[in-house]
Design a protein around this ligand. Structure first.
Ligand code: SF4
Ligand code: SF4
Length: 332
């Protein structure tokens, strides 16, 4: 049987050792049910997850909750919503206690005197025209001004089918303000006309994403294997979906057999009691799910399956490194 050391030369083995020490245990937290936008295709609002429970208003309850999460073994808090920056005191309850990542639409700037090194991921959907259509305004122009040159910020660029052949313009704009970018694909949860994927589009997009990584290696945080996985939904001949998904909330996960999964992962609602099914939309048909983090995690939890060959294991290492960079566990 292949082992890690038998498959890797010294350089790759050192890279492997660097990530294998990390032991990342993440969970996801809805900081609030409120948002200053209402994007068409927002998984949160389109699945009515915001109606499942109210926000917990008492900041002391948030602080106690985070302490308990820490005791549960969580070492990475991923804050989403709603829009987390509407409630900086809740963000602070996490930031003071745990490595914290905050997803945002970038309209409100996280004050860096209060959160000097918190990782911030800004969403951008397609280009300025797509954003006006899907999000009601061009947030990209606002967020670029807010975060230009910030060393702890990257763009989470959600690519739509309308972007094929055009993504370089967005990547270049991000590079021009000194920020990084990670790409993922729109899942079109609200079935907006013209925004669902066709096979040929996915195949064209994969080539374009590879090209961007080759040409903007200092800006694009990605890996070609990730591009393959996210555009094909296949890994080592297996198909992504409900029976394979690693990002299902543990106490709600009654699947039998259990796939490889994120250890003790939970996605908590903003009442700090309710749990949501998974890292994204509760009502999404898993066969259409393009969630980038779920696909990345799918690779990461399946290390053993990648011991098939040197190339497979190197692919696995690159995806793990990408994840670790995005959440600040290793430098860019
Ligand atoms: S900014 Fe984010 S949370 Fe708010 S509506 Fe848009 S996608 Fe949803
Ligand atoms: S919607 Fe996506 S992330 Fe959620 S359970 Fe289905 S495959 Fe997993």
């Amino acid at each position: 049987m292949n082992t890690v050391s038998s498959l890797l030369d010294n350089e790759w083995y050192e890279r492997y050792k660097r990530i294998s020490k990390l032991n990342i245990r993440s969970s996801i937290y809805d900081v609030t049910n409120n948002c200053n936008l209402r994007c068409k295709g927002c998984f949160f609002f389109s699945s009515d997850e915001h109606k499942k429970s109210p926000d917990e208003p008492d900041i002391r309850k948030w602080e106690e909750f985070v302490e308990k999460e820490k005791q549960r073994g969580v070492n990475l808090a991923i804050l989403i919503g709603g829009e987390p920056t509407l409630y900086l005191d809740r963000i602070e309850a996490f930031y003071k206690r745990l490595p914290t990542y905050c997803a945002t639409n970038g309209i409100i700037k996280v004050p860096r005197d209060r959160f000097p090194d918190m990782m911030v991921g800004i969403s951008v959907w397609g280009d300025e025209e797509d954003e006006k259509l899907l999000r009601g305004r061009d947030t990209f122009s606002i967020s670029r001004k807010n975060y230009a040159g910030d060393p702890y910020t990257y763009y989470l660029y959600t690519i739509t089918p309308k972007q094929i052949g055009k993504i370089e313009r967005i990547i270049k704009k991000i590079a021009d303000v000194g920020l990084k970018v990670h790409m993922q694909l729109l899942s079109n949860d609200e079935g907006v006309d013209g925004f669902s994927w066709k096979e040929q589009e996915l195949s064209d997009l994969r080539k374009e994403m590879d090209d961007m990584l080759d040409r903007y290696p200092d800006t694009v945080i990605s890996s070609k294997y990730y591009h393959e996985i996210i555009t094909t939904g296949k890994m080592l001949g297996r198909t992504f979906g409900w029976s394979e998904c690693p990002s299902v909330t543990k106490p709600l996960d009654k699947r039998n057999p259990q796939p490889k999964r994120l250890i003790e992962f939970i996605r908590w609602a903003a009442d700090l009691k309710t749990m949501h099914r998974c890292c994204t939309s509760e009502t999404r048909d898993c066969s259409t799910c393009k969630d980038g983090a779920a696909h990345m995690s799918w690779v990461m939890v399946n290390k053993r399956a990648h011991l098939r060959s040197t190339k497979d294991l190197q692919n696995w290492i690159e995806v793990y490194e990408m994840f670790a960079k995005l959440y600040k566990f290793i430098p860019w």
